[in-house]
Design a protein around this ligand. Structure first.
Ligand code: 8X3
Length: 251
């Protein structure tokens, strides 16, 4: 069955990989992002099954107007992939930029919340739909410098579970994906303010997950039988694990 899928943050990384994978499987994708030129390039690559749509998820008015702003034939969105998000900085909380904290909350929390609120009514009215939220292992496992990024992803995970509580008994599904170490995207370069060398260091000596791995997980959860909901899915490469708990000893 061909689905109409809206992906935020679709100009690069996970979002572009998800768009490529789903168009390749015969679905139609509304690719939302701020960078028009990148979206146009993706449209050129993927053809008419991809609708480039310039959108900043932190612009509440634009998000609220989105369902009506979509062209006829694209308004019945079956799947919302809330992928737009970012991490900024890795300084300890007492040194971190307050502006960076506000930006992460605006995108990772408010943007995702507004997108969901804009598209969920149509899904409920049609009794058909799937919200896939891209959270992170940082939602559950703290690390130094993770502060607001991890907390914003904890919001995403808990919001996803709470959406399920409202939607139980409806055909609308909600899945929270929690990737760990994923290379091949702009994530770390953005986190370190464009410092590509520092970003490369995050993945040195590892075989991280790839954006295509995340796209495969999205594809899998979408293709499951309609009565089956994956609530949470935690994804790590084999070179990563969640332990041990840290203990700092004297001397
Ligand atoms: C990305 C994973 O470990 O950099 O969400 O926070 S991590």
């Amino acid at each position: 069955m061909s689905l109409t899928v809206l992906v935020t943050g679709a100009s690069a990384g996970f979002g572009a990989a998800i768009a490529r994978r789903l168009v390749g499987e015969g679905h139609r994708v509304i690719a939302c992002a701020r960078r028009k030129d990148r979206l146009a390039a993706l449209g050129g690559e993927l053809g008419n099954a991809l609708l480039p749509f310039t959108l900043d998820v932190t612009d509440g008015d634009a998000v609220a107007a989105l369902p009506e702003a979509l062209p006829a034939g694209w308004r019945e969105v079956d799947v919302l992939v809330n992928n737009a998000g970012l991490a900024l900085g890795l300084d300890p909380a007492w040194k971190a930029s307050l502006a960076d904290w506000d930006t992460m909350v605006a995108t990772n929390v408010s943007g995702l919340m507004h997108m969901t609120r804009a598209l969920l009514p149509g899904m409920v009215a049609r009794d058909r739909g799937h919200v896939v939220n891209i959270s992170s292992t940082a939602a559950l496992y703290p690390y130094p410098g993770g502060h607001v990024y991890g907390a914003s992803k904890a919001f995403v995970t808990q919001f996803s579970l709470n959406l399920r509580a409202d939607l139980v008994g409806s055909a609308v599904r909600v899945t929270d994906l929690e990737p760990g170490l994923v290379g091949g995207s702009e994530f770390s370069t953005v986190r370190f303010g464009g410092d590509a060398t520092r970003a490369a260091g995050v993945y040195a000596g590892t075989t991280p997950l790839s954006p295509e791995d995340i796209a495969a997980a999205v594809s899998w959860v979408l293709g499951l039988p309609a009565h089956m909901n994956v609530n949470r899915m935690e994804l790590m490469p084999t070179c990563q694990a969640s332990g041990p708990l840290a203990i700092k000893r004297q001397g």
